[in-house]
Design a protein around this ligand. Structure first.
Ligand SMILES: [Cu+2]
Length: 164
């Protein structure tokens, strides 16, 4: 009975800590390029949006918004290679002002898929957390190494035959 009560108490403490941590880390919405918005940057500067992103600390729960006039897209591509190559296929946002939630640590890559806009600097990499995705979860059932399994099987056989 007492262990049940302490579990309930623990639950409340954990909840309170979780809520206070959330309050301390309020989610931020970043407008990509700030007042310039999402467009071909001045002087076709390929590093323009990289510079914009570099002094920001993106965290899980933050969002980025791409605002533009005219014909552009915010197209998410899924590898650094696609980003570097200005790959035009990906998850395409065609409507200005859509908010993209940064829901996991890792690096998100966005380009404009119109014409040569990406080559002209319409590209941004957003590093969430340290920019490194979390490791895959461990498999549910830890399996015995093959060697020890063989040892167990041969032990059973030896026991079986020694009783015959
Ligand atoms: Cu564009």
């Amino acid at each position: 009975m007492s262990s049940r009560i302490s579990l309930v108490g623990l639950f409340f403490i954990v909840s309170a800590v979780a809520i206070s941590l959330q309050g301390a880390n309020a989610a931020t919405t970043y407008t990509v390029g700030d007042s310039l918005g999402w467009t071909i940057p001045p002087n076709n500067s390929v590093g323009y949006y990289e510079d914009w992103a570099t002094n920001k600390t993106f965290q899980i729960g933050d969002s980025v918004v791409f605002n533009w006039n005219g014909t552009h897209t915010a197209t998410e591509v899924f590898s650094e290679e696609e980003y570097e190559n200005c790959t035009k296929t990906g998850l395409v946002i065609v409507t200005s002002g859509v908010s993209v939630l940064l829901n996991a640590n890792g690096t998100r890559y966005f380009v404009c898929s119109v014409g040569t806009h990406c080559e002209q600097g319409m590209k941004v990499a957003i590093k969430v957390g340290n920019g490194i995705p979390p490791p895959p979860p461990p498999s549910a059932a830890p399996s015995l190494p093959v060697g020890s399994l063989a040892a167990v099987v041969s032990s059973i056989f030896m026991l079986f035959f020694s009783y015959m």
